[in-house]
Write a protein that binds this ligand. Sequence first.
Ligand code: SAH
Length: 221
Amino acid sequence: MTKHGNRAGIGMTSARTRERLVQRLRDQRITNPVVLDQIRNVPRHLFVDEALATRAYEDTALPIGYGQTISQPYVVARMTEALLEGTIPGKVLEIGTGCGYQTAVLAPLVRFVYSIERINALLDRARNRFKELGIRNVHLRHGDGFLGWPAHGPYDAILMAAAPLAIPQVLFDQLAPGGKLIAPVGPEGKQQLMRITKRGEELQKETLGLVSFVPLLQGLG
Ligand code: SAH
């Protein structure tokens, strides 16, 4: 037992509550069964404060401290689905680990996740959760996502959990040929979720809908 009750969850974190969330995402046209399975299986209530655990399977962003939020399940599912479409990426760079929920959904579906977070306290907590959940293919770094993580590149995919006004060129440089970058882009209140695929010298851009993310901030927190 953890301080949040067991992993399977009780009451508002039970299997039935999680199934309602999965159905809600299906209704919003999330179709990839492995993504829906991850939403069902990852214990989101362990990624938020105990006081918010009863709301963990609502389809909303919730505060995780330091002015940051755990991403909304629909958005996590949509980004993961967009990333897995076509070929399954081997190495993924994630920018904005936060509480680690998106990371935990993604990690079992790819070979490696390299995840960067600028707020060290959030990173420490995420690291403990991955240990507790037996997630071992995630490498974490306290750093500034504006710089990417060149040492492990190029990446088959890059996923951004915070919104820049424009995507930094260095991130495209760290993307492998055929690689995909998925990111919210734009000022608060007007962000578009973009999927950009690197085809030779060309960048093929697709818009996936309006979203609401915290801004990508410069430097360390
Ligand atoms: N997917 C995460 C979302 C966290 S919110 C989750 O489910 O919890 C976005 C995160 O991006 C925040 O934790 C914020 O600190 C981080 N962030 C913002 N700018 C950053 C930057 N330049 N480099 C690294 N992380 C950044």
